[in-house]
Design a protein around this ligand. Structure first.
Ligand code: SF4
Ligand code: SF4
Length: 353
């Protein structure tokens, strides 16, 4: 079993698109260790923990304690660790610890858009310090994975921002849309998003032509859904991952945190299987308007968490998500066609093997 531990809801930033409440609530050591025991105590040889927040590095000591617990009590277990962070509190000590314990760090960074989106509570932007921390992180983890978020207001900066990350030596970028209901996506911003994705595809293609290995997660996933028949379906609600909130309550996904109707247990009492099954069953209802859409198998229309966040219903996909999926698939397919024409052998090596 893998689990995401919400170490706190507090954060040292106030990003414009953040859906977090920033409450001053913190997971206690007792709860964290009970969560570790729950995730490691089964008879599976493997497992994993993701450290999440708010900002998880506000609780560095707790991360150290969790890893130490796994190492001392469950030495035979193959365990993976991940952390998603805004990076501002990264330092040599933590990065050495992360290296020694194979903690993979994903950094939230919006490239140039960080200037307008990733702000301190007093409104200042954090880009200068963020870039400093990015360089430090890349020293320890050269294949750093970047998670960027795109807000509708700044959609015209998307390509420039993503490219600025590749230019810093980043090789893997994921771009997610600000998916709050009030995010303000409309036909015009969606059209612009299509244009921006095509500019990113041009950059990825130029790198491919030069034999450079860079990855734009959205394109790669859609291309592999054809070449390797890899499903783009992300949701196995409550079964693939557990989200353990700061107070020990367990939810099937992060968007459901704090919603009593979606609570499937607690670190002290364990998982309520009936509730887990019932929520999972309800999440299997496919969005009605997808009908016989030919893109169904390559679309993330079954992401119950995202659907719930955007539509208030696990079984309904929002128009903007549909538009995003369509333009992403169309752009990825066009990119794949150009790559094959350019160098079929390299394309096969990259996407079929
Ligand atoms: S870093 Fe993450 S948790 Fe913190 S304000 Fe930004 S989006 Fe929210
Ligand atoms: S592209 Fe739109 S209609 Fe087609 S499966 Fe995805 S969400 Fe449904």
């Amino acid at each position: 079993m893998t689990g995401t531990l919400i170490l706190t809801k507090q954060c040292n930033l106030r990003c414009r698109y953040c859906f977090e409440t920033h409450e001053n609530v913190f997971m206690t050591e007792e709860t964290a260790l009970a969560a570790v025991d729950l995730l490691t105590g089964d008879d599976q040889p493997q497992g994993g923990i993701s450290f999440f927040g708010g900002e998880p590095l506000l609780r560095k000591e707790l991360i150290y304690r969790c890893v130490e617990r796994v190492r001392t009590l469950y030495p035979a277990k193959q365990f993976t660790y991940n952390m998603t962070t805004n990076g501002l509190l990264l330092d040599e000590e933590f990065l050495t610890f992360a290296r020694d314990n194979a903690i993979k760090i994903a950094l939230s960074h919006d490239g140039l858009m960080s200037r307008v989106n990733r702000l301190y509570p007093d409104g200042r932007d954090c880009l200068a310090l963020l870039d400093e921390k990015l360089a430090l992180l890349m020293h320890y983890q050269p294949n750093t994975f970047i998670m960027a978020t795109l807000s509708a207001d700044y959609v015209e900066q998307a390509a420039e921002s993503v490219i600025s990350l590749y230019e810093k030596g980043i090789s893997q970028v994921n771009l997610a849309l600000d998916s709050r209901p009030e995010a303000g996506w409309d036909d015009d911003s969606m059209d612009e998003l299509g244009r921006q994705l095509r500019l990113i595809a041009d950059y990825v293609f130029a790198a491919f032509r030069e034999g450079k290995q860079i990855s734009f997660n959205g394109f790669d996933e859609k291309i592999r859904s054809i070449t390797q028949q890899k499903s783009c379906h992300v949701c196995h609600l409550g079964y693939r991952k557990l989200y353990i909130d700061w107070d020990g309550a367990i939810y099937p996904c992060i968007q459901f945190g704090g919603l009593a109707a979606f609570c499937i247990g607690d670190v002290t009492t364990g998982i309520d299987e009936e509730t887990r099954k019932s929520i999972h069953r309800r999440s299997l209802v496919k969005p009605s308007f997808c009908g016989d859409c030919a893109l169904k198998e390559r679309c993330v229309n079954d992401c119950a968490c995202l659907n719930y966040q955007q539509c208030g219903d696990m079984g309904e996909v929002s128009p903007e998500q549909c538009a995003f999926q369509r333009v992403l698939i169309e752009t990825a397919d066009e990119l794949a066609r150009r790559m094959i024409e350019q160098d079929e052998e390299q394309f096969i090596k990259r996407y079929l093997k």
